[in-house]
Design a protein around this ligand. Sequence first.
Ligand code: DQA
Length: 139
Amino acid sequence: MKILIMNGPNLNLLGQREPGIYGSGTMDDCLAALRQRYPSVELLYYQSNVEGFLIDRLQQAMTEGVDGVVLNAGAYTHTSVALHDAIRAVKFPVIEVHISNVHQREEFRHHSMISPACRGVICGFGLDSYRLGVEAIMG
Ligand code: DQA
């Protein structure tokens, strides 16, 4: 299996950014733990702060035989029609994940532009949300 984990804006700062909300774990640690847990899964990772680069990476995944994408679109979750369209355009499942429980936070985080285009949504389990996303694709 080949699974791509994608992170959107500001998620390159995981571990330092608002640790009270996002925890102190880094994405490197999260990826290492996932690779150790599922050695037979080829886990790809991409992060960008740029909306269009996330769309480019998603489209590129179509040519790579990816089985699914675990996507934390960060703040673009709440704003991006372009990401919604890109997710609808790809053939593999995209799982929307969030580290925090966005529904317990500010009202502007309660709406997701991308949820209707995604296979499912996981939020509020800290970095474990990524593991749950990977497992959702593994079936
Ligand atoms: C987030 C929640 C978003 O509202 C926020 O903009 C993020 C991270 C999360 O993982 O909890 O950047 O997607």
